[in-house]
Each structure stands twice: as C-alpha cells, then as structure tokens.
Design a protein around this ligand. Structure first.
Ligand SMILES: [Mg+2]
Length: 358
C-alpha cells in the first residue's frame, strides 16, 4: 500500500432535478423542484440550480418553496430512473477502480491509488471521470480530490457545480485550519452549536484542543475531531459495506412456547427483511436471529453463509438450527427478531455469485 492514498469524492450536481431536466426539455433552464406539492406538507427532495437562486434547498417544506418561487415546476420523484442512472454512473467508476464506496445514489468515494491511467494523476483521473459521466449520462458531477476521505468530501463541495477541487497532501493541514466548522463533513448541527459555544469556529480553533479534552467533551468521536483538525483521516474507502445490518422484530401480546409457531414468526420476519434487501438492491452474508425470553433476557445467534443471499426466509434449516441453539421452547419467548448483516450492494457483486446462489 502506498504511503499516500489518492481519494476522489464524486457528487452529482442537483442529481434528481438534473435527471428531470435531462429527460424533459421543457424543464431546462427553469426552477424545478422534485418531491412535494405546492400546498402539501411534503418537503423538497431536490431542486435545480435555477430554483436554488430563489433560496430553495432540499428538506425545505414545499409550501415554503412555493411561496419563494410560485412559478417553480413541481415534479414527482422517479426513483426507479434515478437508481438506474446511479447504476450507470457506478459502472463508470468501476472502470477506474474496484474500490468504490457509494454514499447515496449520487455520491461515492473512489480510491484511485492503484489506478495507472494518466500516469496515476488523481486530478486528471477526476477530470476524465467527470467527462465520462457527462458523455455517458448527460449529467454534471463535481469532484473533490485529496489524500483522504474527509478532505476529498469537503473538496467536492468547494467548487460546485461542475467543480474539480484538489487538496494536495502538503496543503491539507493549512486547508483545514481555515475551514469553518459548519463545513466539516461529519459534524452535524448539534455538534456545531456545541463547538461554537466552546469557541470553536474553525479548524485552527479545533486544533488547540488536546485529544484528552476532545474525548472528555465529545466522547469517542473526539479522536476523529483530533485527527481531522490535523488533516488526518485514516478511514479506508470501503467497497463492501453499504449498511451494517437490516432487521425486523415483533413482540407478542402473549409469550410463545410453541417452537413451530416461533419458526413461523421468524420466517415471516425474515420475509420482511428479504423485501427490504430486494428494495435496496442489497445482498447479505450473515443471518441473525434474536430471542427475548419472558424474563427480558435476550440472546442473538448468527451464521455466516458461503454465498450472499437475498431471501433469508428461504434459509429455513439455518433458522431452525439457530433457534434450537437457544432455550426457546424450554423457556417462554416474548420477542423474536430476524436480521441480516454483511451487506453488499448488488453493483459490487460479480453476476456469477448471484447466479450460483439462485
Ligand atoms: Mg449531489
């Protein structure tokens, strides 16, 4: 592994709204708001740059957006289309590196440390990524280039839209020192307010705090703040994990003592989990069951399978074995849960793996 990583963060510009403007020429150059209706209680999911000029932003109540810009075009989101475009973009990423970590439909980290294109220049690779995305999908992306995830993410936001911003290793620490706390990715509103109340407004302020003081004030995440104040972020681009786990559980009005009934209940919960997996285009490697007894004590049992699966309810034998390894039936059960972990996005999987499992 090279000493310095090369990380690119790609963030599509006004993604949903841009897809709408791409597909409907009558929306182009106009304020477009995706999600919510003018007089409904909904919120704006995304909006075009033309709408942003009126102060509209995502998560704003649509009624407020309508007042700010009554001529805006409100459109219903077409998530199926966005997902499909997202898959196309991710396929482009994978032509450059297999180390791709999607954060959402329109954002991802790429580790291009091993990419030999353009003599390994991450800046030129980012440029090419942007132009390939434009060419293949007609959409504009902004890119942040740096030596770690934190700085790459901050960088992609510096020059939007159509941005390409580079923070070199020798510039990292100085860059962070100038950065206002509200621009620190990973520091939410509540923490921001807390930091302000402690007189921390910029990276420079943050850096005056010792690790011990940060840990005392913020808990474990203090370690992360201590590092990023120095331009250091050791988190790797994780091409495997999207979410950690998905689960469903149910509490019974009357405790169960019949094992067959318990198995049926777990199978039903596993079906729900399977639907969520399919919905999110995820596969899992580990099956989990949870049993809470009538005295509120609780155990979990898990099994990791050779091949990823998407229908945990079909793993009846494994469910049975896991349940039998608990005291269920001997003791009464008040709650059952089924879950999965070791999640993989289907885009990250070889098609052969899926076929082998089906
Ligand atoms: Mg975006």
């Amino acid at each position: 592994m090279p000493l310095t990583r090369k990380i690119i963060h790609i963030d599509m510009d006004a993604f949903y709204a841009s897809v709408e403007q791409r597909d409907f020429s009558e929306y182009r150059g106009k304020p477009v708001i995706v999600g919510g209706q003018p007089n409904s209680r909904g919120v704006v999911a995304a909006c075009s740059y033309e709408a942003r000029r009126f102060g509209i932003h995502s998560a704003m109540p649509s009624a407020t957006a309508y007042r700010a810009c009554p001529q805006a075009i409100f459109v219903k989101p077409r998530f199926e289309v966005y997902r499909q475009v997202s898959a196309e973009i991710q396929a482009i990423f994978r032509q450059f590196t297999s180390m791709v970590e999607p954060l959402s439909l329109d954002e991802a980290y790429l580790d291009v440390s091993e990419c030999r294109l353009h003599s390994g220049s991450a800046t030129l690779i980012a440029k090419q990524l942007k132009s390939d995305i434009k060419h293949m999908t007609g959409l504009i992306a902004s890119a942040g280039v740096s030596y770690n995830k934190f700085l790459a993410k901050v960088a992609s936001d510096m020059d939007k839209p159509d941005g390409l911003y580079v923070i070199k290793p020798e510039q990292g620490e100085e860059f962070v020192s100038q950065l206002p706390i509200r621009k620190f990715f990973g520091i939410g509103r509540a923490t921001e307010t807390k930091m302000h109340s402690l007189g921390i407004y910029t990276g420079t302020d943050l850096k005056t705090w010792s690790r011990e003081a940060l840990l005392a004030r913020f808990g474990k995440v203090g370690n992360f703040y201590y590092s990023i104040a120095r331009g250091i972020d050791k988190r790797e681009v994780n091409s495997q994990r999207v979410r950690k786990s998905i689960s469903a559980e149910t509490t019974f009005t009357e405790d169960l003592s019949d094992v067959t009934e318990m198995l049926n209940q777990i199978k039903h919960l596993a079906e729900k989990v399977g639907n969520t997996l399919a919905d999110k285009h995820l596969w899992a490697k580990t099956l989990i069951i949870k049993v809470k007894f009538d005295d509120f004590s609780q155990v979990t049992r898990s099994k990791t399978l050779e091949c990823p699966f998407q229908s945990p309810a079909l793993l009846e034998d494994d469910i049975k074995t896991l349940l039998e390894s608990t005291e269920a039936g001997v003791r009464k059960v008040r709650l059952l849960g089924a879950g999965v972990s070791g999640l993989l996005h289907e885009d990250c999987m070889e098609s052969s793996t899926q076929i082998a499992l089906l």
